[in-house]
Design a protein around this ligand. Sequence first.
Ligand SMILES: NC(=O)c1ccc[n+]([C@@H]2O[C@H](COP(=O)([O-])OP(=O)(O)OC[C@H]3O[C@@H](n4cnc5c(N)ncnc54)[C@H](O)[C@@H]3O)[C@@H](O)[C@H]2O)c1
Ligand SMILES: O=C[C@H](O)CS(=O)(=O)O
Length: 487
Amino acid sequence: MSNTLEDWVPAELLRDRGLIDGVWTAADTGAEFEVTNPASGEVLARVPDMGAPETSVAIEAAERAQRLWAARTASERAEVLFRWRDLVLENQDALARLLTLEQGKPFAEARGEIGYAASFLRFYGEEARRIRGETIPSASADTRIVVLRQPIGVAACITPWNFPAAMITRKAAPAIAAGCAVVMKPAELTPLSALALAALAERAGMPAGVLNIVTGGPQAIGAELCASPAVRALSFTGSTDVGRLLSAQCAPTVKKLSLELGGNAPFIVFDDADLDAAVEGAVLSKYRHSGQTCVCTNRFLVQDGIYDAFTERFTSRVAQLTVGNGMLDGVQVGPLIDDRALGKVQAHVADALDNGAKLLTGGEHLGGTFYAPTVLGEATTGMRLATEETFGPVAALFRFGEEAEAIQLANDTEYGLGGYFYTRDIGRVWRVAEQLETGMVGINSAMLSVEIAPFGGVKQSGIGREGSHHGIDEFVELKYLAFGGIQ
Ligand SMILES: NC(=O)c1ccc[n+]([C@@H]2O[C@H](COP(=O)([O-])OP(=O)(O)OC[C@H]3O[C@@H](n4cnc5c(N)ncnc54)[C@H](O)[C@@H]3O)[C@@H](O)[C@H]2O)c1
Ligand SMILES: O=C[C@H](O)CS(=O)(=O)O
């Protein structure tokens, strides 16, 4: 099978330059870095290794463009987003192939991600015309109070490798709808999808400077974005460690921060759960994208009375999953993104086994960065996978007795992104939903991600929300106007 980009993706979607002020641009030094296919290790492309100087030029371009963009009507901004969305959907298969080649996820999942990416362009195109202010009944007869919602200005966006398309539009679409201009730094492991999306934005009529893509070294680009007083908002998706660092770097210029960080999602199966539904939900929430999703389950908490039945059914389903190159038909689990990710998975499994976990299926390195879908029984809280995000295809099953114990275990983490539970008791549904310390809760449901709902975490999983009408708030400022002297 060919792994050459040009055999799979039309030339108009392949870009080997960053986009700054509407110009496809090389690094000032001419330096480049390689983008590789995680399924084969082959080099797919080389893209510019930019740093602080190019980032600074992109910020200046965004500043100029933003003033003009904000002066356009909301309908004009919406039209550009709608055309962009149409082009993304027209190119859905090609974009999905590009995504699978640079990122590894199975083609069907990649195709789903492109549809998900397009959904943000449509939703925020619609939302552009609903960025409404308010009037507040005044305290005195001769005054009036009006609140405007204005674009914040230049927004910096930093995105991860696990959703190389959807994380771009989940940030860019609300920012652009609100009248902001964006300087985007995609993950260095997966810049090609971001560049292809930018090529389509350009074709959709996005004015020069409104969407800039800077590829290259995260530290240098990140430091410049954080230090610039012209950048008024930073929207970051990635690990909690980098989120903490960026928060500190933004403190001197006091930016609005939106942080979508790591998780340690619990998935609770109560004795009264619908077993078939719980097993299907468990497989989806754990093995989607080889476990490399921020809302993937990290800990299965299973009540004593259903533990054996759930474990048997779940393990048998997991053992049937097909692992392989995501470009091949029927593959359900692709490679891990790189050797570092593989090393963490192997270390978590070894640590769990050393501490008494039982290997029920998997536990094998399958060559390259492929790892067998794995289930570990009798996990306990002293194991690394109880407190750290494994970010791989490893399910750890913990036992519990009473509802209160499940809630205590579920909340025993610094993270608070997603959580799931399965039960048929309506009283328990409310009790548990209200007590879980997470930003999102799946109740008899394992899918949280949809453009119309607010996605985000509490505790050290982040600040702010993406998606839904709340996603606009990250990119607007309130301005209160006090009118006096009205007779
Ligand atoms: N909450 C969410 O919505 C969400 C979504 C996807 C991923 N994640 C989390 O992201 C993590 C996996 O992604 P990752 O490995 O790409 O995370 P990461 O934090 O290593 O990288 C994320 C982005 O930050 C950049 N980056 C790294 N160091 C930087 C620095 N010093 N300055 C500026 N930018 C820097 C990277 O280049 C990349 O673009 C997991 O923890 C996962 O849970 C969270
Ligand atoms: O990694 C987590 C992202 O937010 C992707 S998704 O929204 O859960 O699909």
